[in-house]
Design a protein around this ligand. Structure first.
Ligand code: AHR
Length: 495
């Protein structure tokens, strides 16, 4: 067992953890929208207005603050007008990015807003720059948000929505350095300026405009966008995926050994460096931190499950993914001043999903459980702390073994702890200043005996949070906590 120590100043709040850091992403990709959520009103599966009830109920329990749609790469091929009006008359298209399957456009703008309403989540819509036009984007915003007499408002009303929706978060293109048009930063910066000009604020609907940001460590992109278009944006996006191997030799979600575990932990921690370096550039042009960094795609990307369409990006989700989620969320908390929203990819059946479905069966993944356990951090004040942790070493390389984040809301302190070592437990001495450990302490833990523990449709409860009792009170307001190997723990302390 290793030893770690953490000092938490519960009376020193550093700023708010924006609840949008716990955002999700749902793309027209594989079985994320169709089957995963949308089954249609005539389905035999219990549904509300075409959206399956079981998935809806489970997602509601996550208190999802914001949901990004319709892509991803799909967004820059999506023509929104094909997805409104009577469903039987909607145009069919080929989803060229994702498996070459037919998209029947049955899930469109109205269905998306209904989903958001049912989930009580804020919509975040990504518009089409790559293959769309300025007019098309401008009319979409008019369709959704204009209250008054106009061609688009009239069409919306004819399609059954009398009043405009409220829409705050609007993305002007996606990955425009790649699938969104293969543009240079200089070219996209100008395109961004042009497209956003005609994405109007109607009435009291004020758009929060998000520019397509860099791929991973493309610092040049951030520099150019901030310099040339920074004053026209409210947010700049960032995408980074965690994988074992590289893009060309990705490894499966299961069946890995300890070096595969270690690699994925280390690559998760790289998010910290990425945010720090992009933030440094943003600080140069925006020292007031007016422009938010929006990490609107992150998570694990493994080989698709054998026997599934590789274009559907369907992968299993194990305890390793749970640790990835915990580490990322801690990093986002740490960067709360600049990072105001993130959207894990993706909500159902795609990449690091919350939920997997098979026909009418459904399971909650280890990642789901981390999001559920961590939701207590949403909109809480992040607390000042100092962490001393041993390293987890493998094959001559090392990373910190214990990652911690603490927040306070309504007088209650929550401390989340990740132990990334698959073999060593850690005894953590928590020095709780400004609250002490005399009050009521409780905890929950997500762990298992195997690195690749996961849930299946046959055993959907194989890995789920358990009550955590591995703590005892020490002297002078300290709490000694024993973290199992490969575990995610959340403590609740009521002063
Ligand atoms: O999330 C899957 C894909 O990854 C998205 O469509 C794209 O933006 C990214 O490359």
């Amino acid at each position: 067992m290793t030893k770690a120590s953490v000092v938490i100043n519960a009376d020193v709040a550093l700023g708010k953890i924006d609840r949008n850091i716990y955002g999700q992403f749902a793309e027209h990709l594989g079985r994320c929208i169709y089957e995963g959520m949308w089954v249609g009103e005539d389905s035999e599966m219990p549904n509300i207005d075409g959206i399956r009830k079981d998935v809806l109920q489970a997602l509601k329990n996550l208190s999802i603050p914001v949901l990004r749609w319709p892509g991803g790469c799909f967004a820059d091929e999506y023509h929104w007008k094909d997805g409104v009006g009577p469903r039987e008359g909607r145009k069919r298209m080929v989803n060229t990015h994702w498996g070459g399957v037919i998209e029947n456009n049955h899930f469109g703008t109205h269905e998306f807003f209904r989903l958001c309403e049912l989930l009580e989540t804020e919509p975040y819509i990504c518009g089409n720059v790559g293959s769309g036009s300025v007019q098309e984007m401008s009319e979409w915003v008019e369709y959704m948000t204009f209250d008054g007499e106009s061609p688009m408002a009239k069409w919306r009303q004819e399609n059954g929505q009398e009043k405009p929706w409220k829409l705050k978060y609007f993305g002007v293109g996606n990955e425009n350095w790649g699938c969104g048009g293969n543009m240079r930063a200089e070219y996209y910066a100008d395109e961004y300026r042009r497209y956003q000009t005609y994405s109007r604020n109607y009435g009291d609907n004020k758009l929060f405009k998000i520019a397509g940001g860099p791929n991973i460590d493309d610092y040049h992109w951030t520099e150019v966008l901030m310099r040339e278009a920074g004053r026209h944006m409210d947010g700049l996006s960032l995408h980074y995926y965690t994988m074992e191997g590289g893009w060309e030799n990705k490894q499966p979600a299961l069946g890995f050994d300890e070096s595969g575990w270690f690699e994925v932990m280390k690559k998760s921690l790289y998010m910290d460096e990425l945010i720090t370096r992009h933030t440094t550039i943003m600080d140069k042009y925006d020292p007031e931190k007016r422009v938010a960094l929006i990490v609107d795609e992150w998570g694990t990307w493994f080989l698709s499950e054998p026997g599934t369409n590789p274009g559907f990006l369907y992968q299993q989700n194990s305890l390793r993914d749970a640790l990835v989620a915990g580490l990322h969320l801690h990093i986002f908390h740490k960067h709360h001043e600049r990072v105001k929203m993130t959207n894990i990819a993706q909500m159902v059946n795609v990449l690091q999903a919350m939920i997997l479905t098979e026909g009418d069966k459904m399971l909650l993944t280890p990642t789901y459980h981390v999001f559920e356990m961590f939701k207590v951090h949403q909109d809480a004040e992040v607390l000042q702390m100092a962490v001393e942790t041993p390293n987890y070493e493998l094959n001559g390389d090392s990373i910190p073994q214990v990652s911690v984040s603490a927040s306070r809301k309504d007088g209650v302190v929550h401390i989340s702890l990740c132990n990334v070592s698959p073999t060593e437990s850690s005894s953590v001495r928590l020095d709780l200043r400004g609250i002490g450990a005399d009050g009521q302490v409780s905890g929950r833990v997500l762990t298992a005996d195997s690195m690749e523990a996961h849930n299946t449709f046959e055993q959907p409860e194989n890995i789920a949070p358990q009550e955590f009792n591995g703590f005892e009170r020490g002297e002078n307001g300290t709490l000694n906590v024993e973290l199992s190997p490969m575990s995610v723990t959340v403590l609740t302390i009521k002063g």
